[in-house]
Design a protein around this ligand. Structure first.
Ligand code: 16G
Length: 245
């Protein structure tokens, strides 16, 4: 970045060029994760740019979650996370989603068994009182990195033996002809509370996506009610839109 030479044959706003340069340095491994960035004053001196320009470039990188600012100690290259782009149009399982990306899915069990249904589970799964639910609660990982906490509830008639789920819930459902064919999913923003933040290994208050999925059999019967918390820094949800006729 020395002497402003790099600016000579490029065009566009200077803060964007600097932002791109720093981004490239991180992608190429010139700047490594958790490494401190030079101060804004130093970057301004090296690049011959104004501090306002440098601040704008840095703010953009913070917004992109490429660098993190720690109060009193400056800016650092953010730890690398697998950024997953998840399409919102197809009904797939976590295991399938990861396999398609060449990542290996794994889980840590938080809870697995039959429990008395809560009022919310009774309502959503259409159960009468006294009926039990199978709860399958897991921390889901991609190549060992925590990605999401998924808490799935299914009626006992759908999943009488929750311990049969060792890796993929959907694989077990498919094997017993209980595969969901349709689902409604609601996504909302959350700041992670302590318990979930600890399980996901991110700071308390980090951005999260709360996702509720209700899946249906072709008969219209609800098969799964899942409440999940996905890491906001690890997921982008992509939807394809079409003009309505
Ligand atoms: C997906 C689903 C979840 C389902 C799980 C089964 C969301 C947003 N997605 O992650 O509802 O229970 O797949 O995955 O909730 P598995 O077959 O790998 O266990």
């Amino acid at each position: 970045l020395q002497n402003g030479e790099w600016l000579a044959n490029s065009s566009g706003p200077r803060y964007l060029m600097l932002r791109r340069r720093i981004q490239e340095a991180i992608e190429n491994g010139v700047l490594k994760e958790n490494e401190p960035l030079p101060s804004e004053r130093e970057i301004a001196a090296i690049t011959d740019l104004s501090r306002v320009t440098v601040r704008k470039a840095v703010a953009g990188l913070v917004d992109d979650q490429v660098i993190v600012q720690k109060r009193g100690s400056g800016s650092f290259v953010a730890p690398k996370v697998h950024k997953v782009e998840q399409r919102l149009s197809s009904l797939t399982s976590f295991t399938e989603d990861m396999a398609r990306r060449g990542l290996s899915a794994s889980s840590e069990w938080l809870r697995r068994g039959l429990y008395p249904a809560s009022p919310e589970e009774m309502f959503t799964l259409g159960l009468t009182s006294g009926q039990k639910v199978a709860r399958v609660d897991r921390l889901r990982k991609a190549d060992g990195t925590p990605m999401a906490i998924e808490r799935a509830s299914l009626s006992e008639s759908v999943l009488p033996n929750p311990e049969r789920v060792s890796t993929s819930l959907y694989a077990v459902l498919r094997a017993s002809s209980m595969q969901p064919v349709r689902a409604i999913q609601r996504i909302s923003a959350r700041n992670l509370e302590q318990a979930d933040a600890e399980i996901l290994g991110v700071p308390v208050g980090s951005a999260g996506l709360k996702i509720e999925r209700v899946s249906y059999l072709s008969s219209g019967k609800v098969v799964e009610f899942t409440r999940s918390v996905y890491r906001g820094d690890a997921y982008d949800f992509i939807a394809e839109l079409q003009i309505s006729e």
